[in-house]
Design a protein around this ligand. Structure first.
Ligand SMILES: *Cc1c(COP(=O)(O)O)cnc(C)c1O
Length: 456
């Protein structure tokens, strides 16, 4: 506990600022939309003079490990355990936490040869309390909302943000306003927001349309905006990278592969690795590569067609609803991460996503469709030679398998695809087998499956 008090008092000097990513202006107080009051671009959290805070990388590595045995809520959280690299609240004991973070790294022995690599790892952010990585950012941003005295929090969402926000809002005694596109999100996610007590509005538009409406609402009412333009969310999401390095004993993997939707997560992971290099935790950076669905590929086009200088919004269409975003807010941040880490972009088709998802499932892990773009993308990056078979690779699995059971059921029943796509998907399908209640019928099925199984 003495360590605890020492670190808490040291943190009182931990001063962060919001800074514009384009013009560099420091914003003393962010407006309700978290935009630069000068040029209107996004803000990020910066830590001026952090080098002089006397934080040693070795000391922090030890302190963070020690906190794992603590029973304090801030230490049990896999986000706040790393609070030296986060913006500081007035009182660390006032955090809203569901003990997020602390997610496992799994080896994927079945997926590795399929992708053409020797070993493959997945950091499963779907193992967070509400089933997606959104929790790691939400604990930070929701805590700041409550500290600032807000009674309402709000977000536009494809599903997971609303599930997470509604949970953290409820835990923090705040009310939640959720705007979701009508009929285009998974029922699993919607049911979470409802159960956590959010006021949920289904708007007759897409995600981008929901965001436009919300941006007006927060200017007219004191509702704290919790979309990923909120820079505090990205600070919390940084901790997945810190925790990953800790799990790798601070050995930097060669590649980190992440799905791209609104591009907040890839930006956050990149910021974390860059900060950790700056602070001397690591000597090199992983290449961070971002994978999108072919039908929702504005970043891929931005990089390939416009050299990363311009983003032309697209009409997004994909069954991977978490990344069904045509006008990603954080594209400039993501482009910088790609450039700073020498990463790349790739796009994958619907059937490639579905197959990869079933392959991750067959390793006993599973994930939601948006997460599976990482494996589908890796296959292509290996074929192109961008990823070498002997390199160390980590996929970021962003959401839990049970987030979208309808997709999974349809896939295995063969209801997702037609024509040649259907025959591709068939390799991985495991539909339920309807039989009479007879021992012989079950035994015959077992024998057949046993023979067929030894082939795959
Ligand atoms: C939000 C989300 C994404 C996309 O993350 P961005 O930060 O919007 O790029 C991907 N997968 C899942 C499961 C998500 O919930």
């Amino acid at each position: 506990m003495t360590d605890q008090t020492a670190s808490v008092s040291k943190l009182e000097q931990n001063v962060s600022r919001l800074r514009c990513i384009s013009c560099g202006a420091v914003c003393e107080s962010a407006g309700p939309n978290f935009r630069c009051s000068g040029c209107g671009d996004l803000l990020e959290v910066s830590y001026p003079g952090r080098e002089s805070w006397g934080l040693s990388a070795a000391g922090l590595k030890t302190l963070w490990r020690q906190r794992r045995t603590s029973r304090l809520a801030v230490d049990e959280s896999g986000v706040w355990r790393f609070r030296e690299l986060l913006p500081s609240l007035r009182d660390w004991h006032e955090v809203i936490t569901l003990r997020e973070g602390n997610t496992p790294v799994y080896e994927l022995p079945g997926c590795a040869p399929i992708a053409g690599v020797e070993r493959l790892y997945a950091k499963h952010q779907g193992m967070n309390p509400t089933g997606s990585f959104k929790d790691t950012g939400m604990t930070v941003a929701a805590s700041f909302a409550r500290e600032a005295g807000f009674r309402w929090v709000g977000c536009a969402s494809t599903g997971n943000t609303s599930a997470s926000m509604a949970a953290y809002g409820a835990r923090g005694g705040m009310r939640s306003l959720v705007l979701i596109p009508e009929g285009k999100i998974s029922w699993g996610k919607l049911s979470q927001a409802l159960d956590y007590g959010a006021v949920t509005c289904q708007l007759r538009t897409d995600f981008d349309g929901c965001l436009r409406v919300l941006n007006q609402v927060v200017q007219r009412m004191p509702v704290y905006l919790l979309n990923s333009v909120n820079p505090y969310r990205l600070e919390g999401q940084k901790t997945a990278a810190i925790e990953l390095l800790e799990q790798f004993d601070w050995q930097v993997p060669n590649h980190v592969i992440v799905p791209g939707g609104n591009l907040g997560n890839s930006s956050a992971l990149g910021k974390a690795f860059l900060e950790m290099k700056e602070l001397g935790f690591i000597a090199s950076l992983p290449k961070i590569s971002i994978i999108q669905a072919q039908g929702a590929n504005p970043l891929v086009r931005c990089v390939r067609e416009h050299g990363g200088k311009e983003l032309v919004p697209v009409q997004a269409e994909t069954m991977a609803t978490a990344i069904r975003i045509g006008n990603p807010a954080s594209w400039k941040k993501a482009v910088r991460v790609l450039q700073a880490t020498d990463g790349t972009v790739e796009q994958v088709t619907e059937v490639e996503i579905a197959l990869a998802k079933a392959e991750i499932g067959a390793d006993g892990v599973g994930c939601e469709p948006a997460s599976a773009v990482t494996l589908a993308g890796l296959k292509k990056l290996v074929k192109q030679g961008f990823v070498k078979p002997a390199e160390s690779i980590v996929l970021i699995l962003t959401g839990h398998l049970l987030k979208d059971p309808e997709f999974t059921l349809k896939f295995h029943r063969g209801d997702l695809f037609a024509g040649t796509e259907a025959s591709l998907a068939a390799q991985r399908q495991r539909a339920p087998i309807v039989l009479d209640a007879s021992v012989d019928a079950v035994l015959a099925t077992l024998e057949m499956a046993d023979k067929a199984g030894s082939k795959t």
